[in-house]
Design a protein around this ligand. Structure first.
Ligand SMILES: CCCCCCCC/C=C\C/C=C/C(=O)SCCNC(=O)CCNC(=O)[C@H](O)C(C)(C)COP(=O)(O)OP(=O)(O)OC[C@H]1O[C@@H](n2cnc3c(N)ncnc32)[C@H](O)[C@@H]1OP(=O)(O)O
Length: 725
């Protein structure tokens, strides 16, 4: 049964039971209405409590139903109206989560009691829609327009104690919320419920309301560039002000329908499910997420307390895993310790605000200079700077101090895991963990399997990622893994566009208008131009190792742009030096100004190399940069480095500022049409055969040849191709 009913003296307890998260699917809505109807009719029932089984109230509407006709059966809002109209008091007993339609259901109840650990929220905006089961109308009636907008537009999960302060919840309890709800229900039997029916209240206005809402729209346009759902949320809330409830509900529905037609909800819901699907990893050997048992990680060590190590140590402590943090000298250790303690203090403050005792949630971090102290830890994450020799030296030390079954992770953004694993006695226990900076905040974790990494090691690293609150994607070992590998052809195109007549700000603007958080030149300035320069120098692409007589714009017979090298030779490394592709107010400054010096250099460069200036149209800029990413994405799939398009999309959405409302790189390709992507790449490659990265990938051609199947079927096509594992 999707919902059950029991009786506690005069109080009927109706429990939603629809694992795993009690989504309000069609069977649940039918069962709720049935049980509710019977409880209302039963004269022995004087009050009703709504609860969720297995410690979760409800995660809201069943997202999978949005693209089916099941949504058209009993609507969530019809159900909510029935509940709100009840003459017997109805109390929601919130445990775990009351999200989206789950909170909207709770708002239709007359009272809400929540367990202190629970969270409530209206996260619909994160899946491209608005809270269209009365949420945009009842919440402002309950807590006012500004507070409601803050909850709705950000889609954040509000901890129970904050929800109590805001007035969303009536009572927070430490223990069982159902028992507390039954007690409250008994207390309010026979009381007047008029004021508790939120839909009958009015949202008061004030002379500033319209301009407040207009400002909110302008802010949302800037902040969520191109995302339609936040704007729709504001417009729906606007419709609640001084208007009857029915008017607002009508507007909610209209906005839902218009949003659906933009395609953004479908893209964001694909992104939502992709994040869950990547957790279901598979290995070429046949090992799978559901057949391999991870080992527990009770204690961990972090080596190196630079930016990455600090974030990783904080992340582990936040997940209640005691950490030993190691640095090479006393001074570095002191600096690292101060930084980690600062980050932990901020976490403790957040926990205190949520009414939780930090000591019970944050594990301790012990700081040391001595490798010997790592002898008992279950897992080590090495996070020193990107240098294979240095990492190998550390792994040699770990081999001699750690217990034989300790898992050894290397935090690298692209070095060879197998080479590092080879210096240990147990390469099967070595794995790559590519965290993204700042590691205590960024959600993405690329888990990189080496040739010999065991299934247990993979399962343990993937589970650790989940424990740290990350979305972990299992990828194969190749230079730069998935995320950074795709950047190469993308950045090349951006550089070529400068050679041909664009300026950094033109290229960045097109990609930022498209929704990418930071265009390629702003991104390179932030990351530091010297990082790529060092790598190119090591590879002999620039610097003294380049053979005399090599044409400036060619390497190994292929097109090469020396522009970034020219900047680095002049000490222009980006933000940190105050100059790069842009000019900054000071070294470390963040505001990028177009630099006349760069313009001048580009003019001279084009003259020197007799390049005719042909500024590209926004469409061409977008196609060349984004299709370069897509093409490399297909190559990554062909090489078996990512196991499906969803994996690439999750990486780009969560680590590289790709707009989620476009689903991901590969999803975007599917919406543009693979035939079109192929045509553009073929045309470009014909004109520039010296740019091999734009040669259409075999997999792309194959998918077009078999009739462009939907993205969910690409994995099967890839499966037939994977050789190199
Ligand atoms: C013509 C116009 C008519 C108008 C029509 C109006 C329609 C009504 C429109 C709006 C009203 C309401 C909308 C909503 O409620 S949308 C949903 C809002 N809720 C959410 O976004 C919450 C999403 N879920 C989560 O955030 C998390 O899952 C979690 C916090 C609840 C639990 O996290 P965790 O423990 O980490 O588990 P997982 O994330 O891994 O999830 C487990 C499992 O459950 C699936 N799942 C989760 N939520 C939902 C859901 N809401 N619907 C369907 N399935 C859900 C998830 O996919 C996992 O599945 P698995 O991989 O197969 O195990």
């Amino acid at each position: 049964m999707a919902a059950t009913r029991s009786l506690s003296h005069t109080v009927a307890v109706i429990t939603i039971n629809y694992p795993p998260v009690n989504a309000l699917s069609s069977p649940v809505r039918h069962a709720l209405i049935k049980e509710f109807g019977e409880a209302t009719k039963d004269p022995s029932v004087k009050a009703i409590v709504l609860a969720g089984a297995n410690g979760k109230f409800s995660a809201g509407a069943d997202i999978r139903e949005f693209s089916t006709s099941a949504l058209k059966t009993i609507s969530l809002e019809d159900m909510n109206e029935t509940i709100e109209a009840s003459r017997k008091p109805v109390v929601a007993a919130i445990e775990g989560v009351a999200l989206g339609g789950g909170l909207e259901l709770a708002l239709a109840c007359h009272y809400r009691v929540a367990n202190v650990q629970s969270r409530v929220g209206l996260p619909e905006v994160l899946i491209g829609i608005l809270p269209a089961a009365g949420g945009t109308q009842r919440l402002p009636r309950l807590i006012g327009v500004p507070a409601a907008l803050d909850v709705i537009i950000r889609g954040r999960h509000v901890p129970a104690t904050e929800a109590l302060q805001l007035g969303i919840i009536d009572e927070v309890v430490q223990g069982n919320a159902v028992n507390a709800a039954i007690l409250l229900a008994r207390k309010v039997i026979g009381s007047n419920l008029d004021k508790r029916r939120l839909s009958t209240n009015y949202v008061p206005s004030n002379p500033n309301m319209e301009s407040f809402l207009d400002t909110a729209v302008e802010k949302a346009k800037k902040q969520f560039r191109g995302a339609q759902a936040p704007i729709a949320c504001i417009e729906a809330v606007r419709a609640s002000v001084q208007k009857p409830y029915k008017h607002g509900i009508e507007k909610e529905r209209q906005l839902f329908t218009s949003l659906w037609a933009t395609g953004q909800p479908q893209a964001q819901q694909y992104a939502f499910f992709s994040e869950r699907n990547v957790a279901k990893w598979t290995h070429p050997s046949g090992g799978r997420w559901d057949t391999v048992t991870p080992k527990p990680v009770r204690t961990a060590a972090v080596i190196g307390l630079g930016t990455m190590g600090r974030g990783i140590a904080t992340s582990l402590a936040k997940a209640n895993i005691p950490v030993i943090a190691l640095e090479q000298d006393a001074q570095q250790l002191e600096i690292g310790k101060k930084a980690v303690n600062g980050l932990l203090e901020r976490e403790a403050e957040k926990l205190l605000k949520q009414g939780l005792a930090p000591g019970t949630v944050l594990a301790p971090v012990h700081f040391t200079l001595h490798f010997a102290e790592l002898r008992d830890v279950d897992l080590v994450i090495e996070a020193v700077y990107e240098n294979t020799e240095l990492k190998k030296e550390i792994f040699r030390k770990l081999k001699s101090v750690c217990k034989p079954d300790a898992f050894l992770c290397t935090n690298t953004s692209g070095l060879n895991i197998d080479e590092i694993a080879a210096v240990t006695n147990h390469p099967d226990l070595v794995i790559g963990t590519h965290f993204f900076s700042p590691a205590n905040i960024m959600r993405l974790l690329e888990v990189v399997r080496g040739q010999q990494t065991s299934l247990t090691t993979i399962a343990t690293a993937m589970t650790l990622g989940k424990t740290l609150g990350k979305v972990s994607v299992l990828v194969g070992n190749c230079p730069l893994f998935v995320g950074n590998r795709l950047l190469g052809p993308y950045v090349d195109q951006a550089n070529y566009l400068l050679e041909e007549g664009c300026y950094p700000e033109d290229v960045d603007k097109v990609l930022e208008d498209f929704g990418i958080t930071m265009g390629p030149f702003r991104m390179m300035d932030l990351a530091g131009l010297d990082v790529g320069w060092r790598a190119r120098t090591e590879k002999g692409l620039t610097g003294n190792k380049v053979l005399h007589g090599t044409p400036a714009r060619q390497r190994l017979g292929n097109r090469y742009s020396p522009l970034p090298d020219m900047l680095c030779e002049l000490g222009r490394f980006g933000q940190k030096t105050g100059k790069g592709w842009y000019l900054y107010d000071k070294p470390g400054g963040r505001i990028a100004h177009p630099d006349p010096w760069v313009k001048d250099v580009l003019h001279k460069y084009r003259n020197t190399h007799h390049i005719k200036q042909r500024p590209a149209s926004p469409e061409v800029i977008l196609e060349r940069c984004v299709y370069a990413l897509i093409n490399e994405g297909f190559r990554v799939l062909e090489d078996g480095i990512a196991s499906g398009p969803e994996d690439i999309d999750v990486i780009y959405n969560n680590g590289y500022g790709w707009p989620k409302y476009r689903g991901g790189i590969m999803y975007y390709a599917s919406t543009v049409g693979l035939g079109k992507v192929l045509d553009v790449l073929e045309k470009y490659h014909k004109e520039h055969p010296d740019v091999p990265s734009m040669k259409p990938a075999f997999l792309l051609k194959k998918l077009v040849a078999v009739g462009e199947p939907p993205i969910k079927e690409w994995r099967t096509q890839v499966g037939n191709l994977v050789h190199k594992l």
